[in-house]
Design a protein around this ligand. Structure first.
Ligand code: ACO
Length: 327
């Protein structure tokens, strides 16, 4: 039986920092409120000359370097994103050109904040099917371009980032289990999404005036769904691999909100010290969140060779997923 493993990771965080104190000057909010309600102190904002593929290319180059492979070895590129460079062509095609991975089929994957774990699950299946050997999976977002900077309940939450992982066929299993789920009964752009700019509500002067191209969210409903879904998703990967939560070295949850993460800690019964959280510095970076955190944990040596790492995510759609990885 063929297995797959993560053989290299990388990430890119734009230099510009937007703090809660900066936001106090932009909307009626306070550092205290944002910290207490979300756990976020600051977030990164991409330079206006950059698109999502530019962030992705930087993260991908790092992942390729840490995997010590030639870009020509990559036979598929998957970019999980809710903020592609444009509706089409795909962001992944620009990444393919940017890193010189001429042998890779390339496409974007739309699963909102679950995009990276969906990509990982797909890559694992593609490698096990023997069709592909080396797949680059990216989670990348520039949410600063799609939030309404006058809407205090959403603009304080998000940040820009990209993370990348090279997944390759391996004799030793590295991805021990992965799982994806969805419930389209919640596919409501007012619950969590962007109402206009697609085929249902094409862009026109009225949609621009009404700011229907920016993120809408009913926060409390999302909160309740997230605290139920993320622990359930985590348990699925554990059950598939026959591993108990006590054996896990590090849990990397989607970095949406510290209160959601605290609820996940309670429900899955893990030592809070084993929960990796970097939300305070970067905010919610959607599809980039768990792969940026994994890359950071590896670089900080909080995640080491042989460790068992559990990812659990949820996003608009609704979508959710989990992955159990042995480094
Ligand atoms: N600063 C100060 N006050 C604020 C702010 C702010 N930034 N935002 C909202 N408020 C106010 C509201 O105006 C409201 O005031 P009112 O009572 O005078 O009308 C009050 O706070 C409560 O507003 P709610 O929107 O009901 O706030 P809530 O308690 O739900 O907290 C929050 C908002 C933090 C977003 C919460 O709903 C939440 O954590 N939701 C989880 C959703 C989430 O994290 N989504 C991330 C994106 S989704 C994803 O990653 C898949």
């Amino acid at each position: 039986m063929r297995s797959s493993a993560i053989i290299g990771t990388g990430s890119y965080l734009p230099d510009q920092i937007l703090t809660n104190f900066d936001l106090e000057k932009m909307v009626e909010t306070s550092n205290e409120w944002i910290l207490k309600m979300t756990g976020i102190s600051e977030r990164r904002i991409a330079d206006e000359t950059m698109a999502t593929s530019d962030l992705s290319i930087r993260a991908a180059r790092q992942a390729i370097k840490s995997a010590d492979i030639d870009p020509l070895e990559i036979d598929m590129i998957i970019v999980g994103t809710a903020t592609p460079d444009s509706v089409f062509p795909s962001t992944a095609c620009s990444v393919q050109n940017g890193i010189g991975a001429k042998n890779a089929s390339s496409f974007d994957l739309s699963a909102a904040c679950s995009g990276f774990v969906y990509g990982l699950d797909l890559a694992d299946g593609m490698i096990k099917s023997s069709r592909y050997d080396t797949i680059l999976v990216i989670g990348a977002e520039i949410f600063s371009r799609i939030v309404d900077w006058e809407e205090r309940s959403t603009c304080v939450l998000f940040g820009d980032a990209a993370g990348a992982a090279v997944i390759q066929v391996s004799e030793e299993p590295g991805i021990l289990a992965s799982y994806c789920g969805a419930d389209g009964a919640y596919a409501d752009a007012e619950l969590l999404g962007i109402p206009a700019g697609g085929s249902r509500m094409p862009a026109n002067a009225a949609t621009v005036d009404q700011k229907l191209h920016t993120v809408k969210m009913r926060g409390q409903e999302i909160f309740k769904l997230a605290v139920r879904i993320m622990p359930e998703a985590a348990q699925k990967a554990l059950d598939t691999a026959g591993v108990s939560i006590d054996q896990i070295d590090l849990v990397i949850p989607h970095q949406a909100n510290s209160r959601i993460i605290e609820a996940v800690v309670d429900r899955i019964g893990i030592d809070p010290a084993k929960m990796y959280v970097n939300l305070n510095q970067y905010g919610n970076t959607s599809a980039a969140s768990v792969i940026v955190a994994l890359d950071e944990a590896i670089r900080e040596k909080q995640a080491k060779i042989g460790d068992l790492i559990l990812l659990t995510v949820f996003g608009a759609g609704l979508t959710w997923g989990s992955a159990l990885i042995q480094l």
